[in-house]
Each structure stands twice: as C-alpha cells, then as structure tokens.
Ligand binder design. Structure first.
Ligand code: 8YV
Length: 325
C-alpha cells in the first residue's frame, strides 16, 4: 500500500471538499482561514508533496526555492495562476494545475450583474432607498442607460469571455472581442462576435468593455492611461478577471473627471485594499472578488483539485495542467 501524499491546503475550503481530501490524502489544513505568512508558506512547501494554494497566496520564487525535494505539484484552487511564479516552478520541475471550466458560468453571471448594475444604477437606487432618501416615483429619477443594442467589447475570449458573449447576445447587445489569437470561424459565427485584432480600435468604438483575459506579464496594465483615453466618455468598464490588468489609478482619475462613465469591478490591484478614489464614486460598483463564489462552483473547484492530485499521483497527466505547457 502506497503512502498517502502529503497535501498542504492554504485556506479553509468547503467542508465537503475538506472531508474528501482528508479521506484521500494526508492533509494539513489552515484552520485559521487567514492567508498564510510567507514563512508559513515556506515551511508548508518544505515538507509537502502537493501544495493547494489560492489567489491570496503569493507563490513567488522565494517560496518555490524553499520547496523540498518532495514537492512535485501545485494544484491551485482557482483558474487564474498569476500569483504563482511559473518560471520558478518550471525550473524546479514542479507541475501546476488549475480549476477551469467549473466557474465559467458563475463568473459570467457576475459580469452580467455588473454590466446591468452600472448603467441601470441599481446600487445607487438601493442605497438611496435604504437611507430613506426615496421620496417617490418621478419621471426623471435615477435614469440610466439601456444595454440593449449597445456594443460590448470583450478583452480575452476564453471560456468566461464566451459565456459573457452568449449572455450579451441574449440581451440583444452587439458583441465584439479582442484576443491574441482569433477564434475559429465557426466558434466566432456561433457567438455572433466581431473580431478586432487592434485593441485600441476596438476600445474607441465600444459602449461597454469587459476584461476577461488572464493576468500575465503581457496583460499587466494592458488598459493603461493611454488605452483608457481611447475609450469614449460614455463607456463603462467591467472587470471580473484581475485588477492588475487595468491601471486602477488612471481608471479612477478618468471616471472622476467624466472621461469614462463608470466601472463595475470585482477585482482590484491591491486586494483587499480599495483605492479611496474608487470608493468615493457613485457610478462605480465594487464587489469583493466573488465571481466564482457559489457553493456549486467552489465544491466543483475542490473536486477538480482532487482529480488533479489523484491523476498526478497515479502518474497520469492531470486534466487541468497549466505547467509544463
Ligand atoms: C477564486 C478566481 O475565487 O479562479 C480564479 O482565478 O479568481 C476565483 O475563482 C480564487 O481565485 C480562488 O483562488
């Protein structure tokens, strides 16, 4: 009988996931459910066979350097792996997996919620009502903008981008997208989406822009001040990907002076710290990184982590391997 792999889990996961993990592996759980310190991370990787981190763990070269001989797999709980230094992991021959697919629809739903909330001023209305400020219906109270017939530009057209595209078509929006590599013609036709090779050109023509690409060195501040200036003043940005893809300070400045109409953000550059300028703006909806926060998605993400670990331990290729490519 083989020894059970030693699996270090950095955060509290749904109970059913933790129970199953404890049945299968020799797990060490973080019962405090607070991000581990760098020192704690380093000591976790020093003795584990497998590390299960989340977005709140910075798995940089220093942590990977501290890994012992045994550490062969980082099975991320989450789709984005931008918090893991993939180069350092590769150098050490560590395999990295993620949990794509099972959070696609929920994240797309949240993006749609933001896409409705900002132009329809939903949270402004709620806030006024709760604070006792609603004096009754008037013909001009809280007028926003419709999304029907408007142009939505999606940056990054992977699983989540495509799920948003399908929803946007159901709302009768015109869907446009920018992506490094164009989608196959049939997929593009099914999505009824128009491709833009040139991001700047797309940005200058959209009413709404949704950010759905992964964070990589290439997409860091992809929407910098110059790019944001290409957008029309009436346009709105939605971000359910990673905060660092947008220059947040520039975004806040431009909304403040009316050079952009608003934003719906689920992710930020310095989570959980929020730029105070953003907090002061009414035409901005801010959510606490909850795109995949459904019990269904989080349990399915846990199952994916389990499957990735088990297949890896059985010497098969884990289904969601992101490294090696
Ligand atoms: C998670 C996410 O909440 O999957 C991702 O990349 O951003 C979210 O689904 C979080 O990252 C889990 O680590």
């Amino acid at each position: 009988r083989r020894e059970r792999p030693k699996v270090a889990v950095t955060r509290k996961l749904p109970d059913s996931v933790e129970t199953r993990m404890a049945e299968l592996f020799d797990v060490s759980l973080n019962l405090a459910d607070e991000p581990l310190s760098k020192e704690a991370l380093k000591s976790a990787v020093a003795t584990a066979d497998v590390l299960v981190p989340t977005v709140t763990d910075t798995i940089d070269a220093e942590v990977i350097e501290a890994a012992g001989e045994k550490l062969k797999l980082i099975a991320n709980f989450g789709a984005g792996v931008d918090h893991i230094d993939l180069k350092a992991a590769h150098k050490k021959g560590i395999v990295v997996t993620n949990t794509p697919g099972v959070l696609t629809e929920d994240t797309a739903d949240l993006a749609m919620a933001l896409l409705l909330s900002v132009p329809r001023r939903i949270f402004e209305g709620e806030k006024i009502l709760r604070s006792g400020g609603w004096t009754g219906w008037t013909p001009t109270f809280l007028m926003g903008h419709r999304i029907q017939g408007k142009r939505l530009g999606i940056i990054g057209m992977g699983r989540i981008g495509q799920a948003i595209a399908r929803r946007a078509r159901a709302f009768n929006m015109a869907v446009h997208y920018h992506k490094r590599t164009r989608l196959p013609a049939q997929v593009e036709a099914e999505l009824e989406a128009t491709y833009w090779a040139d991001l700047d050109q797309m940005l200058s023509r959209m009413d709404f822009v949704s950010v759905n690409c992964p964070l990589t060195p290439e997409t860091h501040h992809l929407l910098n001040r110059d790019r944001l200036k290409k957008m029309q003043p009436h346009s709105v940005i939605i971000n359910t990907a990673r905060g660092e893809i947008i220059d947040e300070e520039a975004l806040a400045d431009m909304i403040e002076v009316g050079r952009l109409a608003g934003a719906g953000l689920d992710v930020f550059e310095e989570e959980p710290t929020i730029n105070p300028k953003l907090l002061s703006l009414d035409n901005v909806v801010l959510l606490p990184h909850m795109g995949s926060a459904t019990i269904e998605a989080r349990v399915a993400m846990g199952e994916k982590v389990l499957i990735n670990i088990r297949t890896f331990m059985d010497n098969h290729r884990p289904p969601d391997r992101v490294l090696p490519l």
